[in-house]
Write a protein that binds this ligand. Structure first.
Ligand SMILES: [Zn+2]
Length: 481
């Protein structure tokens, strides 16, 4: 559904939580590694024992600054941490250390192709733990729950957009673009399934010109597909209520993957419900302008810059440059292939053509295959030097390299895939073909040039596609007259 097909305007703002890729937690030395045994990565600080003191992780601050700069934010040299107080069994301190009125980054922009989405702020905060619902399943839970505090105090940045998003497609494009930038910066692993990135969707509907409607917030949506489905469902739900003249309740809702529906969780709390106050155990976060300049200078090439460079330097078209730079790992792979001196356009075409096709079909990432940049470069060189044909490479070689990583020369030798470039051998076949197809020869000689293609086809068939097309054509020039 696009914005123009909707009866009501949708107004969407996103709050994206991204886990920073630090080795240790935000306020203690515990590991942030995913998948450890429950409560293995905990200590008195992240378990909320009384009397312990938090120590701020410098690396996390560095990563937050990087994200802010890459998103065009102003970095506040004087920010601070606050306590956000609520009760939940996965939050043993009874409060979360977050940033309230003085976040580290403000006023950024993220371009999503069709528009600029304004970013209101980026603040740092610690994650809560996780409840594991055990025992007999009931509709909204289970008999009892277990608390796993491995996640507790993992560093997060929360990137809050302005309500500039007007449909599900734009919301997905926004999160995809944001994820791409964070991956390029190497500050977040972007793994949505493991919860490294998740988003809260604020959504309201209004009739054109009638001000903002009441919003619902859908919590913790963690895949592109769910973002899209949750918004579609919420549009339907809210528009049906409005059609009936009913009011939208301001509330927090939960998206359920299996049914594709959202359910009311609780009435939406306002900021004052949390009784924010400055964290007394941490000093204000004071940064130096010089330091920010240094971080700015150290930023890597970002997706848009890389795409533009590929167009200029490698003469790729926009579409190809975008396809390759869309995934940081693919772009790195591509640059390594080019280090071997192969043609930039040809290498790009292999990546976005047959290789992308294989990855799609097998639901794999490039890094999960056996193909190395060196191997792909070797194969392209063998095509360029006429040892193998483009078609043989497409039909008989590339998938084998992706699946097994076999040495390409060995594969060609074992399966006899090399092009036949022996003019004498091909000449004999061309002569045989002509001798066996006298009727077609007469047609050609009486002025039907299309028949030439028939002869090329017959020679290719006789050589299993391995004869060099250039040699066949030279021979036909000579022998058909
Ligand atoms: Zn700890």
């Amino acid at each position: 559904m696009t914005a123009t097909q909707q009866k009501y305007q949708i107004v969407i703002g996103l709050e994206v939580h991204a886990q920073l890729k630090t080795a240790s937690k935000l306020f203690c030395k515990c590991s942030t590694k995913f998948g450890a045994a429950p409560n293995a990565n905990t200590c008195p600080v992240c378990m909320g024992y009384p009397g312990v003191l938090p120590t701020l992780n410098k690396q996390a601050v560095e990563y937050a600054i990087k994200a802010g700069l890459a998103l065009g934010c102003e970095i506040d040299l004087h920010s601070k941490f606050d306590r956000k107080q609520y009760f939940y069994p996965d939050l043993p301190k009874g409060y979360q250390i977050s940033q309230y009125d003085k976040p580290i980054c403000n006023h950024g922009i993220l371009n999503i192709g069709t528009k600029d989405v304004r970013i209101l702020r980026i603040h740092m905060e610690e994650d809560a733990g996780k409840l594991v619902h055990a025992g007999a399943e009931r509709l909204h839970g289970s008999d009892y729950s277990l608390a796993d505090l491995n996640r507790a105090s993992t560093p997060l940045i929360e990137i809050v957009s302005m309500p500039d998003i007007s449909c599900a497609e734009e919301a997905v494009a926004y999160v995809k673009e944001l994820r791409k930038i964070l991956l390029y910066l190497d500050v977040c692993d972007g793994n949505m399934q493991e919860g490294s990135m998740r988003c809260d969707i604020n959504i309201s509907l209004n009739l054109a010109g009638q001000g903002l409607g009441t919003r619902a917030e859908i919590k913790n949506v963690n895949s592109f597909r769910s973002i899209s489905r949750a918004i579609e469902y919420e549009y339907k739900r809210q528009s049906e209520l409005l059609d009936k003249g009913e009011k939208i309740v301001q509330e927090t809702r939960l998206f359920e993957e299996t049914s594709g529906k959202t359910f009311s969780m609780r009435s939406k709390e306002d900021a004052h419900d949390y009784r924010y106050f400055p964290e007394p155990d941490l000093l204000p976060l004071i940064l130096e302008a010089k330091h920010i300049e240094e971080v700015k200078a150290s930023l890597p090439e970002l997706p848009v810059q890389k795409k533009n460079r590929y167009v200029l330097e490698f003469k790729l078209n926009e579409e190809a440059a975008l396809a390759i730079t869309d995934d940081f790992a693919t772009a790195m792979f591509y640059e390594k292939v080019l280090n071997s001196g192969v043609n930039a356009t040809k290498a790009a075409n292999w990546l976005i053509g047959p290789i992308a096709g294989y990855l799609n079909e097998n639901k794999l990432e490039l890094s999960e295959t056996k193909l190395s940049p060196k191997l792909l470069a070797q194969m392209i060189s063998l095509i360029e030097s006429g040892i193998i044909s483009d078609n043989i490479a497409k039909n008989d070689i590339i998938n084998e390299l992706l699946a097994t990583g076999i040495d390409v020369q060995k594969l060609i030798d074992e399966k006899g895939l090399a092009q036949i470039t022996d003019t004498g051998a091909i000449e004999k076949i061309v002569k045989d073909v002509i001798a066996n197809n006298q009727k077609q020869l007469e047609q050609y000689r009486s002025g039907n040039p299309k028949i030439r293609g028939f002869f090329v086809g017959q020679v290719m068939k006789a050589t299993e596609g391995k004869a060099s097309p250039a040699i066949i054509n030279d021979l036909l020039d000579r022998l058909l007259v």
